[in-house]
Design a protein around this ligand. Sequence first.
Ligand SMILES: [Zn+2]
Length: 172
Amino acid sequence: METITHNLVAVIIQILCFAFLLFPWNIIFTIILAFISHILVDDFSVITYHTPEARKDDKFWLIWHYIIYALSILSTIIFLLPYWLSLLFANVIDLWDWFILRPIQKKRKSKNPESKWGDNYYFHRMVDWSRKKLFFWLPQRTYKRSGIIIEIIIICVLSLILIFLGASIFIP
Ligand SMILES: [Zn+2]
């Protein structure tokens, strides 16, 4: 799913862990649950508008991604200081796969197109695995434009939970 969705789930996890657990369990559980949350949230991306490839000629795709990227950056800026721990671990899977592993792999492939290096190091293999084992029953809607409504509803519900929990954008 989009970074904003991962961020909102992460903030909820950190608030709950720090409200109910004592040191060091609050930190340990925030890290573990934030990491797992990325996998679960990504599993559900099949029910939202999530074309596997970028469609830069498609106006609908472009506008939606401008909006969702802006919201993702905004939510990262707002929550980074107080909730950096959960934000980091809820996004480490994307950071590693998209911003570290993929560029390295691209470089290697440009030298040797046959290179299979790195294929097994993708964290998203865990997403694929759990989707096949646990969430195979979810309807496949990745190309349905109406899928953005589902992601918008998810973002709104998560935001309401955050308001209810009294999420602070300031360091507690
Ligand atoms: Zn992901």
